[in-house]
Design a protein around this ligand. Sequence first.
Ligand SMILES: [Zn+2]
Length: 565
Amino acid sequence: MAGRDEIELIRERADMLEIVSRYVNLKKAGKNYIGLCPFHQDKTPSFTVNPDKKLFHCFGCNEGGDIFQFLMKIERIDFSEALARLAAQTGVPIRRERASPLQKLKELNERVCVYFQTNLVSPAGQRARDYLKQRGFSQEIIEKFRLGYALARWDDLVKRFSDSLEALETLGLALRTKDGSPYDRFRDRVIFPIWSPTGEIIGFAGRSLSDEEPKYLNISNTPLFEKGTVLYGLNFARHAVRDSQTLVIVEGYTDVISAHQAGIENVVAGMGTALTINQAHLIRRYASRVILAYDCDAAGRAATLRGMANLRNVELDVFVALLPIDHDPDSFVRAHGREAFLQILHRAVPFHEFYLQSLLEDHPVETVVGKEKILQNVREFLPTLASMAVRYEIIRELGRVLNLPEEDVARAVKSGKRVGIMAAPGVGEPAWGPEEHLLYFVLQRDLPLSQLRAQLDIQDFTRYPEIARVLWELGDEWTVEQVLDRLSAEDQGVVRRLLLSQPPWRESDRGRAREEALARMRRERVARRLARLREEVRAAEQAGDRERVWQLQEELVQLLQGGRR
Ligand SMILES: [Zn+2]
């Protein structure tokens, strides 16, 4: 198996323009070259190549990637064959081994898993055992999910498997310092192995036992593991799905484990905020109906809605289970038990009802401004739904709650024009909202991350939380490969689009567009905090906690005054 350096060298040396031109007639357009896309029926040239960034992207069908991915897709070959061909063309020598390289990696993962499990039962694993016990996990469930522990040392794994150092790096388990010495990625963390649907270990995640951020650490993409294509626990859950055809989707690893411990086994986790279209296809192979059981905060977020749209678009029946405020499935099962959780699942509401309910909770329907906000939200969301029937269902429900005729709602949803320099998107182009603008400026290296981080938080990026999280993690030293490597296929598409896009303003408006996007994000952030505070005031009032009400109202006033400044 070729190492990362060899792959990097081949990517560097390969003449992307020359190779792509063998299949596509390319014309120069600014810094890019464009042509008719070979991967879909293309009438306008949507296929874009940028030889400097060594990327291609289709604005019509969202295919994209580097030269390896181009060859794999157009010639329908696997990675090792694309590698062999490009190695021959660029004259980069690669080493070859006899056994299947992927098989070797899986075997190493298996050995590493046993190593982590052994750590957990060793004297050094006491704190990890205490943590798992305090979470209420039984010995039996710990063994079923093969939980382990990474020691609080810098190089224990690296030393133990020193004969397989390169493979450890490929698997994302070892990293290197600037001067090249290897060290363990997971330190002082409880380890969750991640399986393929057929039960092979394809990666690991670790939960911090100290204050080290992030709380949950995942490996980046490897030959075995690609973000956004995996569902945690599916290897167990797929057997339980057969009768009911229903899969329950939760957010975190511990949600899955708690549910299984309570005997509810058709439960998996998406391992990220938004479910991707790849995950939706995977689910479709096993189930016809899904119930999303997220905590209240997560369920309402825009990113989650995008995931729900993906599920709907592969014709899954989608329901949303409503958990009480302050509960996730893990804490709920532990506090109230199996029967209560089954009741919650039983009372799950259809997706379109949930969507409208959450809109009505966020915006007062009695006011004109509230109505306009609701219509605008629906206007942006509807195009992401492929099903006419579901779109119609939403319009009809909306007409009912807004007390407007359906035709008027349909027209209002269709005709909305946005004003200012943030124009409405054309077909296949990114919708240029404030998040797209800011990510565009960061990716074009026109806005230092440090400056963005000084003004906004990851949580402010509700459309692209994963992209924001990755950029935050990498800091100002990021490279395009590092960013793409850590993202799901869908988010990779977003990043490529923004890297190769023409923004919707004139060059002379560049500075103004950047300031406007920053200002709009800050305003939306204040609006979200206001909504949350109002919610808390209502809860405190219901609980009769007067002191808390006063305190919250004071915060509310301060926020309102600050927001107007
Ligand atoms: Zn295309």
